[in-house]
Design a protein around this ligand. Structure first.
Ligand SMILES: Nc1nc2c(ncn2[C@@H]2O[C@H](COP(=O)(O)OP(=O)(O)O)[C@@H](O)[C@H]2O)c(=O)[nH]1
Ligand SMILES: [Mg+2]
Length: 203
C-alpha cells in the first residue's frame, strides 16, 4: 500500500524568524527552486489539492516562507506528521534589489537554523539547471541533506526525458538519476510521497 498525504493545511506565511512554527512535527521538508519552477504546483499535487498553495498568478510574488502541515498515512494505523516549507523562488528579475536582499536573508536564516530533515531543490526538466540552481544546490548540501527533484516532466516528449535526466544528473554530479515528476500529469508524485515516508522512518 502506498503512503498518502492527508489533512494538508496552511500554517503561516512567515517574514520573520520568530514566526516560524515550532510545534512538534516528525519532520520538516523544505522546497526550493527558482521562481516558476513549479514549487507550489508540486505541493498541491502532493496534497491532492488544487488551491491550497497559490500557483503563480504573478511570478516572484511570493516573498514569504509558506509553512504547511500535513500527515503521512499508510493504511489506517500508521501516521506521521510532516511540515512543508515553500521557499520564495529566486531568479525573478522584476523584484527590487531591496526585496531580493530581504528574501535572501530570510531564506538564509531559515536554512541556518537547520530545522529541516531534507531540502528538495526543484529543477525544470526542459530548462535544466542554471548557475544559480547549481550554487543553490551547493548551499543546500552545505547545511543538511538535499535532493534534486525534476518538475514539468510532461513538457518534454517521452523519448527525450531519459537523455535529459542523464545530462542533468551528470551536470549536477548526482549519484543517481533524480526523480522525475509532473504536477500537471500527476506522475512521480506517488514515488515522492514514498520517499518522504521512508525519510520519516529513518529519522
Ligand atoms: N506543463 C506543466 N506546467 C507546470 C507544472 N508544474 C507547474 N507548472 C506551471 O508552471 C507555472 C509555475 O508554477 P508554480 O507552481 O506557481 O511555480 P513556483 O513559482 O515555483 O511556485 C504555472 O503556470 C504552473 O501551471 C507541470 O508539471 N507541468
Ligand atoms: Mg510558488
Amino acid at each position: 500500500m502506498h503512503p498518502r498525504i492527508i489533512n494538508p493545511r496552511f500554517l503561516i506565511g512567515a517574514v520573520h524568524t520568530r514566526q516560524f512554527p515550532n510545534e512538534e512535527t516528525d519532520m520538516e521538508i523544505v522546497i526550493a527552486g527558482r521562481s516558476n519552477v513549479g514549487k507550489s504546483s508540486l505541493l498541491n499535487a502532493l496534497f491532492g489539492t488544487r488551491k491550497m498553495v497559490k500557483v503563480a498568478d504573478r511570478p516572484g510574488k511570493t516573498q514569504e516562507l509558506n509553512f504547511f502541515a500535513a500527515e503521512l498515512a499508510k493504511g489506517e494505523e500508521e501516521r506521521r506528521s510532516v511540515r512543508f516549507v515553500d521557499l520564495p523562488g529566486y531568479g525573478y528579475a522584476r523584484v527590487s534589489k531591496d526585496q531580493q536582499k530581504a528574501m535572501s536573508r530570510r531564506i538564509g536564516d531559515y536554512l541556518a537554523a537547520q530545522r529541516h530533515r531534507l531540502a528538495i531543490l526543484l529543477i525544470d526538466l526542459k530548462r535544466g539547471p542554471s548557475n544559480q540552481d547549481l550554487s543553490a544546490f551547493d548551499a543546500l548540501c552545505d547545511v543538511g541533506s538535499a535532493e534534486v527533484v525534476i518538475t514539468k516532466g510532461d513538457q518534454l516528449a517521452r523519448h527525450k526525458r531519459k537523455p535529459a535526466l542523464s545530462a542533468l544528473q551528470t551536470r549536477m554530479g548526482l549519484a543517481r538519476p533524480p526523480l522525475l515528476t509532473s504536477s500537471a500529469k500527476g506522475f512521480g508524485i506517488v514515488e515522492l510521497t514514498e520517499r518522504l515516508w521512508c525519510l520519516t522512518k529513518e529519522s
